[in-house]
Design a protein around this ligand. Structure first.
Ligand code: ATP
Ligand code: MG
Length: 425
């Protein structure tokens, strides 16, 4: 409001636009606020002085700061059939694509270059009205998500709009209008043209969120998940036990809950779950070919990550801890002697343990193992000594050990963890 009134006092046309006004009309607390104005970025800078920073080279945006809040202020732009889009514009450096020039326009033109009708509403603080150039208010009332213009054209212009449709519909519990929804089933391949860095951002917005579980189901229904996570979709299709699907669902539900409780979440854990099914499947295949367990996991994870990076980028600061989580899984099977206590001190123990809980909940490993680690963490020194002395399995054992023994024709095939064959081991 302060920003809007500053514009008003200066006699400059400016509106609250986008997700902020949309969410308010739908009764949801907005995440952030965007403002659209007739003023150029330089004029905005003059108006707000040190409070304002200009960002972007080709598509200049103004960031106006109020304490910890940043209000994004964009100059009205005109779009045409093949107009640039906000998202692409922001990332023109990374994408390396040659983009059309930024053309300033008026408020009505600005409305038409936006994606969904409900994202193209303008709140005017000078007369408290909401301006609607695209029939958005009707769609708000009907809780309907509808693209402005011809849906297929708009998806071709910017395929990320497909993912935005799924995300925004799930977030706000909207029905996607039929004409807007239909191409989602058919145009998924367009996502292959989108720079991986942009898809990584979008994946986080979709899945590392309260609506993550719902978005995941919808992405699968539209056949879009496989366009982003090809190996995962393939592994899910091949896993008749349902454990892989259960694991990912658990991870997304857990992430959503943590976000609701304002607890920290990390992409490393989310990606560990999303990529685990294909990694495990590949690891098992490599072990069958005779590779030792540790090496099999290493090779499998490298292959799965390399394949992912063709589509969705995953910065090293996340892929490294993700692989740690995977590699620590094996050590969680070693319960005898000093090793478990050493493992408790490992900087990534907590994440690895959380991941073990997921696997147990998904029926991939015994719940008893997860419970044992839960107890060990809470136990005093005396109880810990007792637990690590009497734990089932030998120190350094685990599945790899069982497997090796069996291969040698050993007699000890009945490991205490072997009550039931885990889903994919
Ligand atoms: P939220 O911030 O709640 O995730 P949002 O709609 O505000 O949702 P932003 O990415 O902040 O999403 O974009 C702000 C506004 O910019 C949108 O409401 C929309 O009007 C416009 N916009 C964003 N991305 C696109 C796009 N790919 N194509 C066209 N317009 C877009
Ligand atoms: Mg926004």
């Amino acid at each position: 409001m302060k920003t809007l009134y500053r514009f008003k006092e200066a006699g400059v046309e400016a509106y609250l636009v986008g997700g902020g006004i949309r969410d308010l009309l739908l009764g949801v607390q907005p995440k952030d606020f965007d403002i659209a104005t007739a003023a150029t970025p330089e004029e905005v800078k003059d108006l707000f002085g040190r409070q304002c920073r200009l960002i972007g080279r080709r598509f200049r945006l103004a960031h106006v700061r109020f304490g910890r809040e940043i209000i994004e202020v964009a100059t009205f732009r005109a779009g045409h059939q093949e107009a640039e889009t906000e998202g692409l514009g922001e990332r023109c450096d990374e994408s390396g694509r040659i983009l059309r020039d930024n053309v300033y326009g008026n408020v009505e033109q600005d409305a038409h270059r936006r994606d969904f009708t409900i994202n193209a509403l303008y709140y005017d603080v000078t007369d408290f009205s909401v301006r609607d150039y695209v029939g958005a208010l009707e769609d708000v009332a009907a809780r309907r998500l509808r693209l402005i213009g011809d849906p297929e054209d708009r998806y071709r212009e910017d395929p990320v709009r497909m993912l935005r449709a799924v995300r925004i519909a799930a977030k706000l519990d909207l029905t996607i209008d039929e004409a807007t929804e239909k191409p989602l089933f058919a145009l998924g391949d367009l996502l292959h043209e989108v720079p991986p860095a942009r898809l990584f951002d979008e994946v986080l917005k979709m899945l590392m969120a309260v609506q993550g579980p719902e978005v995941f189901e919808q992405l699968r229904r539209y056949g879009l998940l496989g366009k982003l996570f090809e190996a995962t979709e393939e592994a899910l299709g091949r896993d008749d036990s349902g454990a892989s699907l259960a694991l990912i669902r658990q991870a997304l539900a857990g992430t959503a809950k943590r976000i609701e409780q304002d607890k920290p979440v990390t992409p490393a854990f989310l990606f560990a779950a999303l990529l685990w099914p294909p990694t495990l499947m590949r690891k098992n295949a490599l072990e069958t070919d005779g590779l030792p367990e540790v090496e099999a996991l290493q090779r499998a994870s490298e292959e799965v990550i390399r394949k992912l990076l063709d589509r969705v980028s995953l910065p090293r600061r996340f892929s490294t801890p993700m692989q740690d989580i995977w590699h620590l899984q094996r050590r969680l099977f070693q319960r005898r002697g000093k090793r478990p206590l050493r493992l408790l001190e490992h900087p990534r123990f907590r994440a690895a343990y959380d991941f073990l809980l997921l696997r147990a909940a998904a029926g991939e490993v015994e719940q008893e193992l997860a419970d044992w680690w839960t107890e060990l963490q809470e136990a005093n020194a005396e109880r810990r000594a007792e637990m690590t002395a009497t734990a089932p399995g030998e120190a350094g054992g685990g599945q790899g050990r069982r497997r090796r023994r069996r291969r040698k024709g050993g007699q000890g095939g009945q490991g205490s963890q072997g009550r039931r064959k885990p889903a994919q081991h």
